[in-house]
Design a protein around this ligand. Structure first.
Ligand code: SF4
Ligand code: SF4
Length: 402
């Protein structure tokens, strides 16, 4: 749909279409129109998503933690065009929420991405195992399309790829290509939040993936390696989408420093090889703040001071490098538990934190019977302390978690 048609449609239809679904929560949508926020026409920075032919505003909408459907029409009204979800988010309810809202919009007026996880993965190496079949992957895609009430998605990612082996794993590559041939997806790719630079370089070599969604933020110790790999992929024509831009959502449980979300987002947006970003949005305030970064990515003096000071602190974001794992006397899944810790103390997402603990059957402090810790973290995290903090959550009844 051309920009002009999109605007005309939004002007005449968006309020009616969304109003039927969200009732009085639509008030937020009216307040976020570009005109009411003083946006000048043509001021949004847009970038081409590699060779896909898709062009997007540099800020998109990470829907993962959003559960208020009124945010979606408000976002469209404000100028967001791209929505990112996944098969597993909120046990499928995230895709259902999007499907319910977006069914009232012309299919070509938005870009949607979802992610399907390969079935079986070695937790230590990240390698995909024989249970990750083409059939299982395509069945999950069909479920996702049904939830989204769509015939196709614009981008389909193999979810959470973390090793070179997993990038080139034939059954999943075959499933992605088959889905594209069947017209169920327009473009195929992968998402990665561990060993990102290796995964990206392998994807360039394999030559099948058209879009890569990668964790990328100013708190990653290996951010320079990711930056270089992103540049190589972008130059090879692969579309690059950034995620985890907020580096854990807070500076940590005991830090007195608040996260400067705008500075963290603008830091990523200043990399021209990142074509769009999907910061997680859960309320109208965040919608509005991220909206501002669509047209101005200049880092202010205050932003730079924050980035400088915050990069000195250990923070909450685990690199996922697993450097610590071989030295743990109990072989604990430390990186995953640090992820649970980040969900709990960074994003205040207790349910998500608990999901990770349940996956590893952690129900209490896993270090309680270990007298001396032999682990050392490259970021200086107090690993046993954090494991004790997060392990306690394993005892809390599911009903108490939000
Ligand atoms: S806890 Fe530290 S060493 Fe271990 S994976 Fe995370 S950042 Fe790497
Ligand atoms: S204290 Fe915990 S993290 Fe440290 S070595 Fe023992 S089990 Fe591993």
């Amino acid at each position: 749909m051309s920009n002009l048609n999109r605007r005309t449609f939004l002007k005449t239809s968006v309020l009616g279409a969304a109003g039927a679904f969200v009732g009085n929560r639509l008030i937020g949508a009216e307040k976020l129109s570009p005109a009411s926020m003083g946006r000048k026409q043509g001021s949004v920075i847009r970038r081409k998503l590699g060779n896909t032919g898709i062009e997007l505003p540099i800020v998109s909408f990470g829907v993962m933690r959003a559960d208020n459907p009124a945010l979606i029409p408000a976002a469209i009204e404000a100028g967001y065009e791209h929505f990112d979800t996944a098969h597993v988010y909120q046990n499928g309810n995230n895709e259902k929420m999007l499907g319910e809202v977006l069914k009232d919009y012309p299919r070509d007026s938005f870009t949607i991405a979802t992610k399907v996880p390969p079935e079986e993965k070695d937790k230590k190496t990240g390698h995909l195992l024989s249970g990750s079949t083409k059939k299982a992957f395509l069945e999950k895609l069909d479920i996702s399309l049904k939830r989204l009430k769509m015939d196709y998605v614009d981008i389909l990612y193999a979810h959470s790829i973390s090793s070179r082996q997993a990038v080139g794993f034939e059954p999943i590559l075959d499933a992605l290509q088959t889905a594209k041939k069947q017209g169920k997806v327009r473009h195929i790719g992968l998402s990665t939040h561990r060993n990102e630079h290796e995964v990206i370089d392998e994807a360039i070599k394999v030559g099948v993936h058209e879009v890569i969604l990668t964790a990328y933020n100013f708190k990653q110790d290996h951010r320079d390696k990711i930056k270089d790999a992103i540049a190589r992929a972008s130059q090879a024509g692969i579309g690059i989408v950034g995620m985890k831009n907020m580096s854990g959502g807070s500076m940590g449980k005991d830090s007195e420093r608040s996260m400067n979300f705008s500075a963290a987002l603008k830091w990523v947006l200043n990399d021209p090889h990142v074509h769009t970003n999907i910061p997680g949005i859960i309320n109208f305030q965040q919608l509005k703040e991220n909206f501002a970064a669509m047209e101005n990515i200049d880092l202010t003096r205050e932003d730079k001071e924050f980035l400088y000071a915050a990069s000195m602190e250990e923070g909450i974001y685990c690199n996922g490098c697993e450097t610590c794992v071989p030295s743990c006397r109990k072989d604990l899944p430390i990186a995953d538990m640090m992820r649970a810790y980040m969900y709990a103390y960074g994003y205040r997402e207790m349910k998500k934190a608990r999901e990770v603990l349940d996956e590893h059957r952690i129900t209490d402090n896993p270090c309680s019977d270990c007298s001396v810790c032999t682990v050392s973290c490259v970021k200086g995290f107090d690993v046993p302390g954090r494991l004790a903090d997060i392990g306690r959550m394993g005892r809390i009844p599911h009903d108490f978690l939000v």
